[in-house]
Design a protein around this ligand. Structure first.
Ligand SMILES: C[S@@+](CC[C@H](N)C(=O)[O-])C[C@H]1O[C@@H](n2cnc3c(N)ncnc32)[C@H](O)[C@@H]1O
Ligand code: SF4
Length: 373
């Protein structure tokens, strides 16, 4: 299984919490045009990094829905020309609600995009204003309706909890609105505050106050409960889906599949080596134009790093960790794994199948650290 990721690092403007690599542009058409030229050039230079037969594509950002239809057409033409695309089952695009009118949606559907991840964040207008989002709750609902109207049914939305001013009731209201659309997938993220974001400064200056940790854990528990009651499968820490609607692309990342990442700040993995492009658009463009990609940043993972990634990623998944897999792939760490797993199980963090319990989900990172070396 090989996946292709394409990063579009432009946004209408910067949201106060966002630490993803993207720059805010008021009219980015020209820049996007030359950026797409570079992506096309990068496909030519790096297509041999993974098997030519692709199974999933993910266009993420930033805000990929800033791309015009002709820019997307150019990109897809090049992808079909350079890769074997007949076995692709999922092409996802991250989109912002304000961009999703029916004409745009029909055109991207006709290009083969069959899954949308819509950045709703909240159905509450006060939250959206506070986060400096460009859309309203009404626009978010309209965007979902438009997508369904044009026949794109494989839709995921992103919602965030643990927001300043949010409480368990307003979070429950968000989940209730989501449920009215009967969508097959949702990602629910607890707000994290990264140092170089506006929200970090506002919190430091006491202009914003984060909810207590207990409130965040209550919101997490409520999410699990409400979505489970409505037949969603909690298949990864933040991701819930109806049967057979898990994100195939993300699942490939979480289970160490191979992927090629194109664009500024994009990461790639060929099973052994991880490499990443500059997280600076000008440097990225310069690298591509000078055919410098062979010099991009790379690292060979040591076995210890592979084991620790396995522990970190697998503990986030519904199926949990697999003793046999650890024994076969990481024999040198097997005793350490067994010993620590035994005490974590005794303390009630893992169940018999090495899956996190509710108590375990609450301390997930600490627990994964416990299994590391
Ligand atoms: C790559 S981002 C952006 C996608 C799209 N541009 C948007 O904002 O709607 C994917 C998702 O990560 C989540 N996210 C971004 N920053 C976050 C943060 N600091 N804490 C928690 N979730 C965050 C948001 O839900 C966002 O939709
Ligand atoms: S959250 Fe999305 S729209 Fe907002 S700045 Fe980050 S990538 Fe852009």
């Amino acid at each position: 299984m090989s996946s292709l990721y394409i990063h579009i690092p432009f946004c209408h403007h910067k949201c106060i919490y966002c630490d993803f690599y993207s720059i805010a542009k008021h009219s980015p058409e020209k820049m996007l045009d030359s950026y797409v030229d570079c992506l096309i050039e990068e496909i030519k230079q790096r297509k041999d990094f993974i098997d030519s037969s692709l199974t999933t594509i993910y266009i993420g950002g930033g805000t990929p829905s800033l791309l015009s239809i002709s820019q997307l057409e150019r990109l897809f033409k090049e992808i079909h020309h350079n890769f074997d695309t007949k076995d692709i089952s999922e092409i996802t695009m991250e989109t912002n609600p304000e961009d999703l009118n029916e004409d745009y949606l029909k055109a991207i559907r006709d290009l083969g995009i069959n899954r949308l991840s819509i950045g709703v964040q909240s159905f509450n207008d006060n939250d959206l204003k506070m986060l400096n989002r460009c859309h309203s709750s009404r626009q978010a609902k309209q965007a979902i309706t438009n997508a369904l109207n044009v026949g794109i049914n494989n839709i995921s939305i992103d919602l965030m909890y643990n927001l300043p001013m949010m409480n368990i009731d307003s979070w429950k209201n968000n989940l209730d609105v989501f449920l009215t659309f009967s969508l097959p997938h949702i990602s629910c993220y607890s707000l994290t505050v990264e140092q170089n974001t506006m929200i970090y400064k506002l919190i430091e200056q006491n202009k914003m106050i984060l909810p207590e940790e207990k409130e965040m854990l209550d919101e997490f528990d409520l999410t699990m409960e409400v979505l489970k009651d409505n037949n969603y499968i909690h298949y990864e820490t933040s991701s819930y889906c109806k049967k057979e609607f898990q994100s195939k692309h993300n699942y490939n990342y979480w289970t160490f599949g191979k992927y090629l990442g194109l664009g500024a700040a994009a990461h790639s993995y060929d099973g052994q080596q991880r490499c990443w492009n500059e997280n600076d658009i000008d440097k990225y463009i310069n690298n591509i134009n000078n055919n410098y990609l062979n010099n991009n940043n790379k690292e060979l993972l040591t076995n210890q790093e592979k084991y620790e990634e396995y522990v970190m990623l697998s503990s986030r998944l519904m199926q949990g960790l697999n003793e046999e897999e650890v024994r076969i792939k990481f024999p040198e760490y097997f005793n350490h794994f067994k010993k620590n797993m035994l005490s974590l199980k005794e303390e009630g963090y893992f169940d018999e199948n090495y899956c996190l319990t509710t108590k375990g989900w609450h301390l997930q990172n600490e627990i994964a650290l416990n299994l590391m070396l």
